[in-house]
Design a protein. Structure first.
Length: 211
């Protein structure tokens, strides 16, 4: 296939992100959704930041004493990651998954969609691991980019893709300034051994986060 005819590389959905242009100078502000649910990650738990760009979420978790691995196709973007964050440069759409066999206590994905990766994300979650996902959804084509169906979640698609996890929170709808349609999910891989009592997933932090 001629290079010009290829589907956009992994950075494409983030290229159209009106809030956080990819690889822009500076780390950018962490997603409110990621900040809201980061307390569910166990203290000191390992975090995987998928399509991390310059690392706004890698930095958020690193400052909270989490070991962080950031994966992205752009070596230039990875160079902006804070010291101590493991940087993995890989084409996660066109090549093999670079972290095969490794599991994490949190997997974070924002403004990125590559559907064949869904099973890999599931396999990358340790028991009790938290998936925090936020990206554009159908309807966004009426207000801007991304507008291609490849990059827009279908109704309830995150719920269906990760139905095997314990759902903690889900949102789907519209936000203004800038206008965008989004889906957001926070879900946890349940413990391997069933418990007679339901797992308690706090909806608010039990104590104030540092910083």
């Amino acid at each position: 296939m001629h290079p010009a005819a290829r589907l956009p590389e992994p950075g494409a959905p983030r290229t159209a992100d009106p809030l956080h242009p990819p690889h822009a100078p500076g780390p950018g502000k962490p997603s409110d959704w990621v900040q809201r649910w980061s307390h569910l990650v166990r203290p000191g738990g390992r975090v995987l930041d998928v399509a991390c760009g310059t690392g706004r979420h890698s930095r958020w978790f690193a400052t909270r004493q989490h070991p962080v691995t950031g994966v992205d196709r752009s070596a230039e973007a990875l160079a902006a990651l804070p010291p101590g964050v493991e940087a993995v440069c890989a084409d996660i759409e066109g090549g093999p998954w670079p972290l095969a066999g490794r599991t994490f206590d949190a997997v974070v994905v924002t403004h990125y969609l590559w559907r064949p990766l869904f099973p890999v994300l599931l396999a990358s979650l340790a028991e009790g691991g938290v998936l925090i996902y936020e990206t554009f959804a159908q309807g966004n084509e009426t207000v801007g980019k991304p507008s291609r169906p490849d990059f827009l979640l279908r109704p309830a698609e995150l719920l269906q893709a990760f139905a095997g996890l314990d759902l903690v929170a889900y949102e789907a709808g519209f936000e203004a300034a800038p206008d965008r349609f989004l889906q957001r999910l926070c879900a946890v891989r349940p413990p391997g051994q069933p418990n007679s009592l339901p797992v308690r997933y706090p909806l608010t932090p039990l104590s104030a986060p540092p910083g």
